[in-house]
Design a protein around this ligand. Structure first.
Ligand SMILES: CC/C=C\C/C=C/C(=O)SCCNC(=O)CCNC(=O)[C@H](O)C(C)(C)COP(=O)(O)OP(=O)(O)OC[C@H]1O[C@@H](n2cnc3c(N)ncnc32)[C@H](O)[C@@H]1OP(=O)(O)O
Length: 716
């Protein structure tokens, strides 16, 4: 899988041929090794050019191979042989040179890149480090500090930045291969000495020890328990402190500690799951490969609150013309100022935006192909908007609702073309967060789903197609998780203790800090509408029971006290003042909880950290199994991607369903049974039928769950 051609001017051209990204599979490594030997042995060949077919140099090692036994020539000796050879090798980089692909290019003596190419060492995002010499050669090429940044973040670097940093020697806007061949001819016969990066000394900061120490502290803080970033710092540190060969040895040792780790498996699962969710299907038979998305050039956003503003910015940045609509001039002006400010802040280094118009007149929507309604989260208000939209927009306009859990079908029923209505659940801030839940109702057409999914991709989001039920996937699963957190407070835990357990697990923020950030009134309103609190509650009903099951009124009581979270300076935690962000444990909350327990005759107990994690996470996971049973998500990967990209689930733990498999489904089942036995009035703790069936099927790997899910669904 590497082609060899002799071209005029004594040049051998080696082309990596493993589409789509020329990953370095065993066959490709064999191909490179053999063709390189051929070029070296041929006295007519004076220089070699290495390129990739299909407009991509190389996407790195073949990640699919990592799960099995590795065979074929090793990457390290292959790259060492290129570097050590007496004939110059020029890498002609188009598309991407990532991971092992960039390491291969670093083994070459020169690198010519197309101006649209991208390079990087993203191994850290897969739970690994660049162990084909990347941690040793890159610092020797661009210095320790810049190399550390690239290797610990895994970020992709544009060709322009790569040139500035010194990763590539020359850029071209034209024919990369032609330029590389001409260049190879011009340097043939010149000494290769310092072009061999392994022979160089890396440029290091003056106070190396404290620099490396600082780097360790910084990556540990960011990593939230992920191991690979720290290993990357240690490997790069070895480049600065050890001779090349010993540094390579250290790189291999550190890689060995990561390669078969649970974290690497989880991160690689996320990589493939992210791509799998793009191959969506719905129970009605609509599929990604048969439904054609409509082109969207002009869109409208209805409602310029926080979400609407972010959505408008997202659309504009994807080059889509936007009509932004508000109800009155005052709201419109506030929206205009906010959107303009967001655009200005994000303008640097970005491409051109689509045109933007502000209006209070719905008649201006006659030309748009798609509308995203982002008004207040109230079904009656949204229904009214959908009726109006249906009246003014052309019948073939796709109507989307940005809702975090309302019934998409009820909105579709208000329109002339219910098949063109879908939910687009953005996550705030909508121009930043990567997740989009695309919610299909029973009547949503394949083209509507395909268009919304495609739009998400255009906006740079990870789109997941999900079915219509209260809360869809993400918020539906969040409910039992939040509920457990409240019950744990009733039983004796403090908010900061619950948060600490979750943050040590890897969440960016614990459940109570998140609630304070988003505002406690959001859930309060939903519970009032559901008749769980407020005037809708039947007189005489126990405050700790609703609809035949255990209920915790704690968050309602906080709201009644005006403690709405950060915005009021007080919530579960105390803040310096309204809008301040630093959460401090609040003695008021502690004594409030104490009084509450006394009032309800609850004997507080010390709640172990393990129990906090098991009850919160397993209740959420159990609901995930129910989501799968109900066909709201197609497979566990959909749920995991939603949680990783939308809910701060630590990526190195793969997502909730992956985590369940990693812990062992039998263990999750056993613990749920245990907690359900202890709390029979909490139905969410009762293990789902699917979980039981999976355990009975012998705990199959997550990739096989879909078969069991199909069987369970067919029996329901
Ligand atoms: C023993 C190890 C020794 C040394 C260390 C070296 C380690 C490595 O090199 S690890 C790999 C590092 N590389 C990466 O992390 C890059 C991963 N790929 C990407 O980021 C993207 O795929 C891309 C930027 C290269 C292309 O993006 P895009 O054009 O959007 O396409 P897709 O992402 O949909 O990918 C298309 C197709 O290719 C598969 N694929 C991509 N990269 C790899 C890879 N390195 N190995 C195996 N397969 C890869 C991807 O899964 C898609 O396939 P499917 O459509 O079947 O899912």
């Amino acid at each position: 899988m590497a082609r060899y051609v002799r071209i005029p001017g004594s040049i051998a051209l080696i082309t990596l041929a493993n589409p789509p990204v020329n990953a370095l599979s065993a066959a490709v490594r064999r191909g490179i090794t053999e063709t390189l030997s051929r070029a070296i042995a041929d006295p007519e060949v004076k220089a070699v050019v290495l390129c990739g077919e299909n407009g991509n140099f190389c996407g790195g090692a073949d990640i699919k191979e990592f799960a099995g036994p590795m065979s074929g020539p090793g990457l390290v000796p292959m790259i060492d042989a290129i570097e050590a050879g007496e004939k110059p090798v020029v890498a002609a980089i188009e598309g991407v040179a990532l991971g092992g692909g960039l390491e291969l290019a670093l083994g070459c003596h020169y690198r010519i890149a197309h101006c649209k190419a991208r390079v990087g060492l993203p191994e850290v995002t897969l739970g690994l480090l660049p162990a084909a010499g990347g941690t040793q050669r890159l610092p020797r090429l661009i210095g320790l500090s810049a190399a550390l940044d690239l290797i610990t973040t895994g970020r992709h670097v544009s060709a322009q930045e790569a040139l500035q940093l010194g990763i590539v020697d020359r850029l071209t806007e034209g024919d990369t291969l032609g330029v590389a061949v001409e260049f190879a001819q011009s340097i043939a016969g010149q000494p290769l000495g310092s072009r061999r990066l392994s022979t160089r000394t890396p440029a290091c900061p003056a106070d190396l020890d404290s620099f490396l120490q600082g780097a360790l502290v910084q990556v540990r803080r960011r990593a939230r328990g992920a191991m690979a970033p720290e290993a990357c710092v240690r490997a790069v540190g070895a480049a600065a402190t050890l001779p090349y060969s010993q540094g390579m040895q250290r790189e291999q040792e550190l890689m060995a500690s990561l390669f078969r780790s649970a974290q690497a498996r989880a991160l690689q699962y996320c990589f493939f799951s992210q791509r799998l969710v793009g191959r969506w299907s719905t129970p009605s038979g609509a599929r990604w490969d048969s439904a054609e998305p409509r082109p969207i050039r002009r869109a409208a956003v209805i409602g310029l609150g926080t979400m609407g503003r972010g959505i408008a910015v997202s659309l504009l940045q994807a080059g889509i013309a936007v009509v932004a609509v508000e109800t009155d001039e005052q709201q419109l002006e506030a929206g205009r100022r906010a959107v303009t400010a967001l655009l200005e802040r994000r303008a640097q280094g970005r491409g051109s935006e689509g045109p933007l118009r502000f209006t209070t007149d719905l008649q201006q929507l006659r030309q748009v192909e798609l509308v995203i309604e982002a008004v207040f989260e109230d079904l009656a208000v949204k229904k009214q908007v959908f009726r109006q939209l249906s009246a003014v927009c052309p019948a073939d306009t796709l109507l989307c609702t940005n809702t975090s859990g309302l019934d998409v079908e009820q909105l579709a029923a208000c329109t002339r073309s219910p098949e063109l209505v879908v939910g687009t659940h953005f996550f705030g801030p909508a121009h930043v967060m990567k997740l989009l839940e695309v919610v299909y109702g029973p009547r949503s057409s394949p083209v509507a789903v395909a268009t919304a999914m495609h739009l998400g991709k255009r906006l740079g989001k990870v789109s997941v197609a999900v079915g219509n039920c209260p809360g869809f996937v993400g918020n539906r699963m969040l409910k039992p998780y939040l509920e457990q957190a409240h019950f744990l407070l009733e039983e004796g835990a403090a908010p900061e203790q619950v948060d600490q357990a979750l943050e040590e697990f890897g969440f960016a923020m614990g459940v109570f800090r998140v609630a304070d950030l988003s505002g406690l009134d959001v859930g309060w309103r939903v519970r009032k509408e559901a008749g769980l609190t407020g005037p809708g509650v039947a007189p005489g009903e126990s405050p700790r029971r609703r609809q035949g099951r255990r209920y915790s009124p704690l968050p309602d009581l906080l709201c009644e006290q005006g403690r709405l979270g950060q915005k009021t300076g007080r919530g579960w935690y105390l803040y310096e003042g309204p809008g301040a962000r630093e959460a401090r444990p609040d003695p008021w909350t502690h004594s409030f909880l104490q009084q509450y327990r006394q009032q309800h005759g609850l004997q507080p107990r010390a709640v172990p950290q393990q129990e906090v994690l098991e009850r919160c996470l397993y209740a959420l996971i159990n609901e995930g199994f129910r989501v799968l049973e109900d066909g709201i998500a197609t497979g566990p990967e959909d749920i995991d991607i939603i949680y990783v990209f939308g809910y701060g689930w630590p990526r190195h733990r793969g997502g909730p369903m992956f985590h369940a498999g990693a812990v062992g489904l039998a263990t999750v089942l056993d613990r749920l049974e245990h907690y359900h036995h202890a709390h029979p009035d909490i139905p969410n703790l009762q293990p789902s039928a699917l979980l039981r069936r999976l355990v009975a099927s012998g705990n199959p790997p997550i990739q096989k769950w879909r078969e069991v899910i199909r069987r369970v669904r067919s029996q329901l």
